[in-house]
Design a protein around this ligand. Structure first.
Ligand SMILES: Cc1cc2nc3c(=O)[nH]c(=O)nc-3n(C[C@H](O)[C@H](O)[C@H](O)COP(=O)(O)OP(=O)(O)OC[C@H]3O[C@@H](n4cnc5c(N)ncnc54)[C@H](O)[C@@H]3O)c2cc1C
Length: 452
């Protein structure tokens, strides 16, 4: 129930802000959401490209969701979206260079823990010594858990300590680490990587399944969540930029926006850390703001490829990356092509840690198009467009700052943080964004609001 006090303002309508807003509304709070962009979804949303003058709906970046995204799936159901209707669920199936193929078995619980082992035993293009190394590592992870990884260890150090062969690291572990943490193994946090492996490969039945949206990311959560909020009376102000968050005169918080000041009993900052630091520039002392400014970021480029003829592309392919020879693409995802227009086949190719690659979008797109045609033996795509997000995620290093939803409470009671960087047990993903939003809402609900 809203007791007539000032609303809670959620700044940012990415997946974290939307999760927080839904949880607050569920608890009866009055909520205002402000979002700088014209659309919701933040870094995980739809985008329209023009291929030969025809609009093609893609995502701002190619994403992979997996069955272990428990809270994301629950949030979708909460707002009336049936995940089974909007996404295909495909058992883990990796195809890679040199005839490599690993398809997890699909035994139900309680036998599901054997699915990866069976997949490894029946895999193709992988020496037996590598299969046993992987099974040994997963067995040790199952016995000891991720907490057994020293907190300051990198993925490269951990894999070496586990006796993983160098060739296996280059072929399998490094692409998985970059794909999951968007951080190269030499710099990535071993404990976080181990947690992702544990949750996805040793978790519940179906945790490792790939979830592939039939349409765009905006269709599966951001747009339905916005409608759900608006139907429940939430003011959603798009194209509204928050400038500062500062204390009001009556114990409330004032959010200055480019459309005027808003008073709030509590505020959730569901933005990236550098944006939170900017919003609190006048409110936090330098030393209090420093952890927000201490994050480093990693880019991701997505190259969208379109062909004028229908092709049978595998759902997900690991590409043979070799930056020295201009092979920048790492993962190719086949996407549903538009029903009309010049594009009959569509794919998104991920180039993560793109700062190490050629980030000039034109040459990058052409290089990836040529790489895909050569490695998949398909025609050269007629259309290729690269989109680079220079701050796609925080760098998931062992030394990254650990900040919680209520970390600012001692300095600014009533201000809470959300975002993929706040759920620090996980790398920066959609699932961590959603969990952080739910945690921020929970802290907000348990805090004593001001009576403005
Ligand atoms: C190219 C790419 C590929 C990725 N691949 C994957 C993947 O395969 N799997 C996966 O799980 N995750 C992936 N991610 C990460 C995932 O997209 C993010 O973890 C997630 O979207 C973060 O959501 P968020 O709500 O925390 O932040 P954001 O999405 O950044 O949302 C913040 C929102 O706040 C708004 N905002 C910022 N400042 C202000 C202000 N002052 N006033 C008002 N509004 C403001 C922004 O416009 C934005 O909408 C990828 C990210 C990128 C960029």
């Amino acid at each position: 129930m809203n007791h007539g006090r000032s609303p809670v303002i959620v700044i940012g309508a990415g997946w974290a802000g939307l999760a927080a807003a839904v949880a607050l509304v569920d608890a009866g709070e009055s909520v205002i959401v402000i979002e700088a962009a014209p659309q919701a979804g933040g870094r995980a949303r739809a985008l329209t490209l023009s291929f030969d003058g025809s609009p093609v709906e893609v995502d701002n970046g190619q994403h992979l969701l997996i069955g272990a995204y428990r809270d994301t799936l629950a949030l979708m159901r909460r707002i009336g979206v049936d995940p089974a209707q909007v996404m295909a669920r495909v058992p883990m199936n990796l195809i890679g260079p040199g005839g490599f193929r690993l398809q997890a078995a699909t035994l139900p619980a309680p036998f599901h823990l054997l699915n990866l082992a069976i997949g490894l035993i029946t895999a193709r293009g992988l020496p037996w010594s590598h299969r046993w190394s992987m099974i040994r590592l997963m067995g040790r992870l199952k016995r000891e858990g991720p907490a057994a990884c020293p907190a300051d260890m990198t993925v490269s150090q951990w894999l070496a300590r586990q006796g993983q062969p160098a060739r296996l690291i280059t072929r399998i572990w490094a692409p998985l680490c970059i794909g999951a943490l968007n951080t190269p193994p030499d710099e990535a946090c071993a404990r976080t990587f181990a947690r992702v492996l544990e949750d996805a490969l040793l978790g519940d039945a179906g945790a490792a399944d790939f979830l592939m949206p039939h349409g765009t990311l905006s269709d599966i959560l951001p747009n339905p969540a916005l409608s759900w909020l608006q139907e429940r009376g939430v003011q959603v102000r798009m194209r509204c930029v928050g400038r500062t968050v500062r204390p009001g005169l009556q114990g409330d918080w004032l959010v200055d926006t480019d459309a005027g000041a808003l008073s709030a009993s509590r505020v959730i900052l569901a933005v990236q850390p550098y944006q939170a630091a900017r919003l609190l520039d006048q409110t936090l002392a330098d030393a209090q703001r420093a952890p927000l400014e201490a994050f480093e970021y990693e880019p991701i480029a997505t190259v969208w490829l379109g062909w004028g003829s229908p092709l049978r592309l595998p759902a997900i392919t690991m590409l043979d990356e070799d930056i020295a020879t201009g092979q920048h693409g790492q993962w190719l995802f086949a996407r549903t092509a538009p029903h009309e227009g010049p594009v009959r086949s569509l794919a998104g190719v991920v180039v993560s840690a793109a700062g190490r690659a050629d980030t000039q979008v034109g040459p990058l797109a052409q290089a990836v198009a040529a790489q895909v045609a050569a490695q998949l033996g398909c025609p050269l795509p007629e259309h290729a467009r690269a989109i680079v997000d220079k701050r796609a995620t925080i760098r998931c290093s062992p030394g990254r700052p650990r900040i919680d939803a209520d970390s600012l409470a001692p300095h600014c009671p009533g201000i809470f943080l959300a975002g993929d960087w706040v759920w620090h047990a996980y790398p920066a993903t959609i699932e961590s964004a959603v969990r952080s939003g739910l945690a921020a809402a929970d802290h907000c609900l348990r805090s004593v609001p001001v009576q403005a």
